[in-house]
Write a protein that binds this ligand. Structure first.
Ligand SMILES: C[S@@+](CC[C@H](N)C(=O)[O-])C[C@H]1O[C@@H](n2cnc3c(N)ncnc32)[C@H](O)[C@@H]1O
Length: 226
């Protein structure tokens, strides 16, 4: 793994053997805020405020989406229960070099970031009064939970051409099953086949404006109209 600077000044990681980055090179923080916070978390709050909002993330990786969600939940005083899966945790030495806390520059952000990475796996941890967090060292393929449990899914896998197995219709069907009625899945990916497979899995598919530097992103709705 190699540390890279993206165009908004925030870091991302590059996996050399896949020739793939964890975030958009146009801006990691910018992309995460646009795709997951604005069009995922804030969208769901606007649609149907629930307490707590139960969020699932595919791929904790650098922890950027978890960190931004923790910040947002505190800012809005909205309780969040966040569960993510990650089969290949980023080594501690690399986590320590990521500059997200310096760029975001809010009190307690650094602590939250370090907590997200240092808490025990497989159990629910309290990061701050509004943010409960659980990370599970497994794959999306192996993960399971009760039907209808989550209100929102952050689908943040490596691109379909790099990791096709996690963009299959049967995986989307599984995520659809563990989402509640009136829920959503958001992803940076806007590929046609992914949208068709999301639709086949049951989602109402929306193409939304992408983050800076990317034309589109995708949101799948379950049990609600646009
Ligand atoms: C594009 S990166 C995004 C990571 C993270 N959301 C972030 O902001 O850094 C994709 C992540 O999915 C993880 N991953 C790879 N295969 C997976 C699988 N089968 N199930 C769940 N996560 C997987 C990778 O290890 C990586 O951390």
């Amino acid at each position: 793994m190699k540390l890279l600077l993206t165009n908004d000044g925030s870091h991302t990681l590059k996996v050399e053997e896949l020739n793939e980055t964890y975030h958009s090179r146009h801006g990691a923080i910018q992309e995460s805020r646009h795709v997951f916070i604005k069009n995922g978390f804030r969208f769901m709050l606007g649609k149907n405020p629930r307490k707590p909002v139960r969020i699932f993330e595919l791929g904790l990786g650098t922890g950027l989406n978890a960190l931004l969600t923790a910040i947002e939940s505190r800012k809005l005083s909205v309780p969040v229960e966040y569960t993510c899966v990650e089969p290949y945790p980023v080594p501690e030495a690399i986590i320590g070099q990521l500059n997200f806390s310096e760029i975001i520059n809010l009190p307690t952000v650094k602590d939250h970031f370090m907590q997200i990475h240092s808490v025990s796996w497989d159990q629910m941890n309290r990061i701050h009064p509004f943010f409960r967090f659980r990370k599970i060292e497994t794959t999306i393929e192996k993960f399971n939970t009760s039907a209808g449990y989550f209100h929102l899914a952050y689908y943040d896998a490596f691109a379909p051409n790099k990791q096709p197995e996690v963009w299959q219709r049967d995986v989307f069907q599984k995520v659809y099953r563990f989402l509640s009625n009136e829920s959503a899945l958001v992803t940076y990916c806007a590929q046609g086949q992914v949208k068709r497979d999301l639709k086949a899995a049951g989602f109402i598919v929306q193409s939304l404006q992408g983050p800076p530097g990317k034309k589109e992103m995708t949101r799948g709705l379950k049990g609600q109209s646009s």
